[in-house]
Design a protein around this ligand. Structure first.
Ligand code: B12
Length: 244
């Protein structure tokens, strides 16, 4: 069965919950406006289940209602992992065997973005979700440049370190900053280094569309909930060939 619909109270009843904020103070008209929006979005009937003032002149709403839309799971497009998930031991062994030197990684949070928790989770020894970060891998040499790194500084450091891979984090998506910064970064690497000398370009962050790698000029995008082991396995796959 590839055609499905949302489930709320009974199977296939089409019930969904949606939250949003409107720029109006909380009163009866505001609640009516929220229901009008829900109706226009195809929720019919829609029920207001929560409304809360959010500072001066704003109200936060949760509405619950029925939609008639169907989802065809066969039409879903996602980036599936197309490389084997390796243990740290396997990653180290593959790099030693295939590269015969350490694999060099430079990471940074670029632009004005100061959200370093994500890139630290991937790079720092302590890692995330019970997995150690890339610094734990003996055959990886990791430089973490931290927050608010400019693209020229990143390119310069990557060049100095002869980076095999550059790992960039972008968490803020206001005014598409993550897309613009990523495009600027990939363009700068294309300009600074000839093909074949360019490091593998990887970006990550919770609000990227993983399907946009080609459009943004990077080799791979990692989204929400990525773990260091996935990244290390990808590095081996892309730079040292997956072990047989
Ligand atoms: C902590 C935090 C902060 C801290 C950051 C501290 C720090 N050193 O990082 C502080 C208080 C400084 C902060 C400031 C701001 N923040 Co803030 N912040 C958050 C918060 C609560 C958590 C982010 C976080 O740490 N997540 C945990 C990590 C582990 O998850 P992650 O980043 O998704 O990373 C994972 C994956 O995405 C992936 N990944 C991420 N990067 C990379 C990179 C690579 C290479 C790879 C492979 C994988 C990867 O792997 C990671 C592990 O699984 C979020 C809300 C939220 N709940 O997410 C808001 C949030 C990100 N902040 C937000 C905003 C608006 C701001 C400010 C602009 C607020 C203000 N007006 O001042 C400032 C901006 C500062 C700046 N110049 O960037 C918004 C962004 C909205 C948007 N659309 O862009 C959010 C979503 C809150 C919200 N709902 O409004 N923030």
């Amino acid at each position: 069965m590839t055609i499905i619909r949302p489930y709320g109270d009974t199977t296939g009843d089409g019930m969904v919950q949606l939250s949003f904020t409107l720029p109006v103070p909380h009163d009866k008209r505001a609640e009516g406006a929220a229901l009008q929006l829900a109706g226009k979005m195809g929720m019919e009937p829609a029920l207001l289940v929560h409304a809360k003032p959010m500072g001066d002149g704003f109200t936060f709403f949760v509405v619950y209602g029925k939609v008639a839309h169907l989802v065809d799971t066969e039409q879903v497009q996602v980036v599936e992992r197309d490389f084997p998930l390796l243990s740290p031991k396997e990653v180290n062994a593959a790099i030693r065997r295939r590269l015969r030197r350490r694999l060099t990684v430079v990471g940074a949070c670029i632009g004005t973005d100061a959200h370093t928790v994500g890139i630290d989770a991937i790079l720092n020894l302590k890692g995330v979700a019970g997995e150690k970060g890339l610094e734990y891998y003996r055959e990886l040499s990791v430089t973490n440049m931290g927050a608010q790194v400019s693209v020229p500084d990143l390119v310069e450091t990557a060049r100095q370190q002869r980076a095999d891979a550059v790992l960039v984090s972008q968490v803020v998506t206001q005014r598409d900053a993550h897309l613009q910064n990523t495009r600027a970064m990939s363009a700068a690497f294309r300009e600074a280094l000839p093909a074949g000398k360019r490091p593998l370009l990887i970006v990550g962050g919770p609000r990227f569309d993983e399907l946009m790698a080609g459009e943004l000029g990077v080799d791979r995008i990692f989204g929400r909930g990525t773990t260091p082991r996935e990244v290390a396995s990808y590095l081996v796959h892309a730079l040292a060939g997956s072990p047989a």
